[in-house]
Design a protein around this ligand. Structure first.
Ligand code: MN
Length: 286
């Protein structure tokens, strides 16, 4: 069994643009324990009133890493400077590789905006190893139906394998380094294991419910647990309806130099990234 190293609470909520009320779970202070995960903003369920002007974040750059958007309720749309464009609905995931540099915008979907409703999701930032930081920008639109699911404890819940592998079931996303993203939903009194690779950084977020971990510690809504690297299994027993997000991955043991939406290895690479962005080398997007 993997042992819990420590438990954290997310920061208080703040707005990203005018469309995303988020609580930040992973920040730069945790990079040494969390690599390759750089940031996790939990978009907590928030009701938005109808509007003809979709809320969100207008054109901005990214370079040197990947952004993973997971949506549980509502609808989003995005557009980027590589010509990529698409919509995300409940259950969908967008995996964008910023790599060498990209401009994009992220907004509530037009029809969703007109009707109003609840938006609920997460945005995760995943680092790239130095050798892949200049890979051409691209993205994977991962539809909910294409995400493999493992049923747990009879029919008391399911684990969606967004990325990685569990019990021989391979996840939907293509990744540059070994990463597991498991999205688990369970009813009360479900008992099950989540398995990861021994030695990988592993964290578990309790987004809803109360759960007993390894027959020992109780974790509640809003808790993020960081585990020791050693060990492969986490045993879970739900006390009520529960939603968990497990992240684990092979640590990238390289220096990190970051400035806002640029994540590189050295300060000089950050200066170059800003110069490239200002010179219009990330492409164009209106
Ligand atoms: Mn972005």
């Amino acid at each position: 069994m993997k042992q819990i190293k420590y438990t954290r609470k997310a920061a208080p909520a703040h707005m990203v643009g005018d469309g995303f009320k988020v609580r930040t779970f992973i920040s730069s202070a945790m990079w040494k324990d969390m690599s390759p995960f750089l940031m996790l903003d939990y978009i907590e369920p928030t009701e938005y009133l109808p509007t003809d002007h979709p809320r969100g974040v207008d054109v901005h750059p990214h370079k040197g890493f990947e952004t993973v958007s997971i949506l549980w309720e509502g609808a989003l749309e995005h557009e980027d400077s590589s010509g990529g464009k698409g919509k995300l609905f409940a259950g969908d995931v967008q995996w964008m590789t910023a790599g060498a540099g990209i401009l994009h915008k992220e907004f509530h979907e037009k029809e969703f905006s007109k009707k109003g409703g609840v938006l609920h999701g997460a945005q995760l930032w995943v680092n790239l190893p130095a050798k892949d930081k200049s890979t051409p920008a691209s993205y994977q639109d991962i539809r909910s139906a294409s995400i493999p699911e493992i049923l747990i404890d009879g029919n008391k819940g399911k684990v969606r394998i967004i990325a990685g592998e569990m019990n021989g079931v391979k996840g939907a996303a293509k990744t540059f380094t070994r990463i597991n993203i498991f999205d688990a939903h369970a009813k009360a009194d479900a008992s099950f294991d989540l398995s990861v690779v021994d030695g990988d950084h592993t964290t578990l977020l309790v987004l809803k419910g109360t759960v007993l971990i390894n027959n020992d510690k109780t974790a509640r809504e809003g808790d993020m647990l960081l585990f020791d690297n050693a060990g492969e299994k986490i045993h879970l027993q739900t006390n009520n309806e529960t939603h968990l997000l497990l992240l684990s991955g092979e640590p990238i043991t390289e220096p990190v130099a970051a400035y806002g939406p640029f994540v590189m290895n050295t300060q000089q690479e950050i200066i170059d990234a800003i110069d490239d962005f200002n010179a219009g080398k990330f492409g164009h997007l209106n």
